[in-house]
Design a protein around this ligand. Structure first.
Ligand code: ADP
Length: 400
């Protein structure tokens, strides 16, 4: 079984060819700067350690996908003889709205429903749709499956997903919390439950900390709350997104500075978060280096980030009536011992005890980071969103 996983963005297309049963990755790559001067194509074949990186003009996503197909089937370094060997295609789709609580086989109706959710994710859904249509055009007859960033969180109860604004905004405009990073939260919580011995009941908090960051409370395998909202801007302080902020403050800034909606969108999504406070970079590594050198703003940004993570952890433990395991994932969650340590500071009263030594050692794979005396297990679990897409695609075409 070979599933092609496609993650299509405005100017990029990430792809992987995976066997969902054995988890073998045959090929992994990226088409970058599509439609922009200086497009770049990357392919890596893990089995042979083959790597290819070349500048190649790709004006459209169709050009990019043609490059992917040509590379995968290349006589010299390709991994399949022809596209006939690809069994199905799994697509990451940003927003499934309330229409999709699980992954689905794509047909005309699904395409229309994804299109109807464009207003909820104007920057992502149209691009995801374009990726699907391009695959249908270039690889006709293959099953295509949509895997949604939001679907895993559709189990949230109404008291968690409703905003306290007039009910008509929910009824008429579908304004509510949807949550994102669903594939990552699903992968990490499934892995956490396996580590715990697959108990029927479990209370897990997942901190997905990357450029984009969100926390989820997963009770008995189901998401019951998460920190991102209608859009990915809400919740934690991120690389360039503000996270929680008083909506009144935004109106105040908008009016005082005479800004347009677009200006405000840029301010809260591209100029805030780490970048907004630190001002020199949005990257956590730069932040840590600057903090070590005594940079006061870097210190403030780290304190703000970790204060918020800690507050969410305590809040979600309260929402679930306890917590059995806390998991860290994403670029920061998997790699930054400082952020993990500071996020868990002061939580000893909840029985949360980090093993600072285990936390400071760099080890690959799933790693236990809690002391044996800790009432709550703490783990680092590297995420694998592509594997979730490949597994869901496999299950759907197998009729499971
Ligand atoms: P995205 O949300 O774009 O997928 P990633 O999950 O790749 O983001 O995470 C990117 C973030 O991870 C960056 O802020 C980067 O600085 C941070 N990061 C990666 N490695 C380390 C490290 N060793 N220490 C601290 N932060 C790291």
């Amino acid at each position: 079984m070979k599933v092609l996983v496609i993650n299509c963005g405005s100017s990029s297309l990430k792809y992987q060819l995976i066997n969902p049963e054995t988890e073998e990755v045959f090929a992994i790559g990226l088409c970058d700067r599509i439609g922009i001067h200086g497009s770049k194509f990357e392919l890596e074949v893990p089995a042979s350690n083959f790597e290819l990186e070349k500048e190649k003009d790709m004006g459209t996503h169709k050009d990019a996908l043609e490059m992917v197909i040509a590379a995968l089937t290349d006589e010299e370094f390709g991994v399949v003889k022809s596209v006939a060997e690809i069994d199905a295609i799994g697509h990451r789709v940003a927003h499934g709205g309330e229409n999709f609580s699980r992954s689905v086989l794509i047909d005309r109706e699904v395409l229309e429903a994804i299109g109807a959710n464009n207003c909820l994710a104007p920057l992502h859904n149209p691009e995801n749709l374009m990726g699907i249509l391009t695959c249908m055009l270039l690889m006709p007859g293959k099953p295509n499956v949509a895997v949604f960033d939001t679907a895993f969180h559709q189990t949230m109860p109404a008291e968690a997903f409703m905003y306290a604004i007039p009910y008509s905004e929910y009824k008429e405009l579908k304004v509510r919390k949807y949550g994102f990073h669903g594939m990552s939260h699903k992968y990490v919580s499934t892995t956490a439950r396996e580590i715990m011995g697959k108990p029927e009941m479990s209370k897990i908090i997942i901190c997905h900390l990357g450029n984009g960051a969100s926390i989820a409370a997963v009770k008995d395998g189901k998401s019951i709350d998460t920190s991102m909202g209608l859009t990915p801007t809400d919740g934690l302080m991120m690389g360039t997104r503000c996270g929680d902020v008083d909506p009144g403050a935004l109106f105040y800034i908008k009016n005082k500075r005479g800004l347009s909606d677009k200006d405000m969108d840029t301010k809260i999504n591209k100029k805030s978060g780490i970048l907004g406070i630190f001002e020199k970079s949005s990257d956590c590594r730069d932040l840590e280096i600057a903090r070590a050198g005594g940079d006061v703003r870097a210190e403030l940004a780290i304190n703000m980030m970790t204060y918020r993570i800690r507050s969410y952890i305590a809040s979600y433990a309260a929402a679930m009536g306890g917590v059995d395991m806390i998991c860290f994932t994403g670029g920061i969650g998997e790699n930054s011992s400082l952020i993990r340590s500071k996020s868990l500071e002061k939580l000893k009263f909840m029985g949360i005890e980090l093993d600072e030594e285990a936390n400071s050692v760099r080890k690959k794979g799933n790693v236990k980071l809690s002391k044996n005396s800790s009432k709550v297990a703490i783990y680092k679990i590297p995420t694998n969103e592509e594997l979730v897409i490949a597994r869901d695609t496999f299950n759907i075409i197998q009729g499971k």
